[in-house]
Design a protein around this ligand. Structure first.
Ligand code: 0X9
Ligand code: ZN
Length: 418
């Protein structure tokens, strides 16, 4: 798999170290440097690939992948304003090659939670889990992508129909964040496996219904496996433009079209022509609103940066929700439980103030439109060593620690709602 199909043709003769895509980690020290970084986003559109976006705070670096032919000019640009940077990944293609599964799947074998899976395998997983736990789990199609792929969901309930409060989990909204469908499948399976034997899992499933979408943006995900490993958006056609796709996490129908969402069709944070223009967003949100359940939690799993973020996302100056203290208390329990396993540290707080403002995000919609009090966007591993190219040997550890986090959050909610 190549970073980008066309670039790979262009790089056939370019094999030396100096000719490789690199990812730089840029460390702003003051407001003016932050502003400069933000301005680069629109100015360098198509020239570089933002892995993370300029933050509200100088605490966080911005990681940008730069093609070899532009590297010197880009470094010069940073140096001209005194922006410090370090090399995060010296040879992106080499890391892609190292972290891309090359294996043949034995269809008869048990599902392997320690490797990344294709779209077809994830589809099969939803069918298999529903068959294996047929008394608890129902599989259904929650949406269809713009290229016509099924988006499947699992509905878990231990008795009664729609009588319990409900929890929603979603992974794979951003295509390149491969650890997120892997983790959603892992934690779903653990919860089901432990039901009836482990008292926490049993109490959680006896208290809440679950709706789970492991892979919310299948078109993008497939594209990361065939053409461009660093693709983020959907794959819808933008009228009048050769640039495809909308950022689904700028397309949610709450506070759509404000800060931190691009109006440019080629940008990786393109908000789309209208709110909920993407069927991946429109159909999943409509299903949830029509599902006749009261949602108390909505978690959209992303990567990377190790963050547990609550509303608001759309603005850093908006007055925080009155539920803020409860958001923080539950986040603290989640990240402490997570840390207790392998020592992995997460930061928590309101999204826009902790990271950056972004409008049309799922977390705000889940909170205000769906009404789920404990609505979070969780950025899984890592903290910027491998970024999206997280090696497969970190999939299980990520699953194990994230399971502890969601269990702690659910226990908090059991106490509140039971
Ligand atoms: O920008 C996003 O959509 C999320 N980060 S990611 O690297 N996975 O793309 C963060 C969205 C959370 N909202 C805010 N931070 N405001
Ligand atoms: Zn994301």
């Amino acid at each position: 798999m190549k970073i980008f199909f066309l670039w790979s043709l262009g790089s056939l003769s370019a094999n030396s170290q100096g000719d490789r895509y690199k990812t730089l980690s840029i460390h702003p020290r003051d407001e003016s440097q932050l502003k400069f970084l933000s301005s680069l986003e629109s100015e360098l559109e198509g020239k570089v690939n933002f892995w993370t976006y300029p933050s509200t705070t100088t605490q966080r670096s911005t990681d940008i992948m730069v093609p070899p032919q532009f590297l010197d000019e880009f470094k010069g640009l940073l140096e001209s304003v005194g922006l410090e940077f370090s090399i995060m990944i010296n040879d992106v293609q080499a890391l892609i090659d190292e972290t891309t599964p090359s294996r043949s799947i034995d269809a008869a074998a048990d599902f392997d939670y320690s490797v990344y899976h294709t779209y077809d395998e994830i589809q099969q997983w939803t069918a298999d889990i529903a068959a294996q736990y047929s008394s608890l789990v129902e599989r259904f199609q929650i949406a269809e992508s713009s290229e016509g792929r099924q988006i499947n969901a699992l509905r878990i309930r231990t008795g009664g129909f729609g009588t319990k409060k409900a929890v929603y989990w979603q992974g794979g909204l951003h295509a390149r964040e491969w650890i997120t469908p892997a983790t959603v499948m892992y934690i779903t399976n653990k919860l089901l496996e432990n039901y009836g034997t482990d008292s926490d899992a049993t109490e959680i499933l006896n208290t809440f219904d679950f709706v789970i979408v492991p892979l919310a943006n299948p078109d993008g995900y497939v594209y990361t496996m065939t053409d461009d490993r660093m693709w983020r958006k959907t794959r819808s056609v933008n009228s009048g433009s050769a640039c495809r796709g909308v950022d689904p996490n700028r397309n949610y129908p709450y506070q759509w079209g404000g800060q931190g969402a691009s109006t440019s069709k080629c940008a990786s944070t393109y908000r789309g022509p209208n709110q909920a223009s993407e069927p991946e967003v429109a159909e999943t949100t409509q299903w949830l609103l029509d599902s006749n359940q009261e949602y108390v939690s909505f978690i959209d799993f992303h990567s990377y940066s190790q963050l547990w973020l609550a509303p608001w996302s759309y603005s850093a100056s908006a007055i925080l929700p009155q539920e803020k203290d409860d958001h923080d208390a539950a986040s603290a329990k989640a990240v402490n439980a997570l840390k207790s396993v392998y020592g992995t540290t997460y930061t928590y707080g309101p999204s826009a103030r902790t990271l950056y403002a972004a409008s049309g995000c799922s977390v705000d919609w889940g909170f205000r439109s769906l009404g789920a009090k404990y609505s979070y966007v969780v950025e899984l591993r890592d903290d910027g060593t491998y970024g999206f190219l997280l090696p497969e040997n970190q999939i299980l550890p990520t699953g194990v620690e994230t399971y502890e986090a969601v269990k702690a959050l659910c226990q908090h909610m059991v106490e509140e709602y039971n």
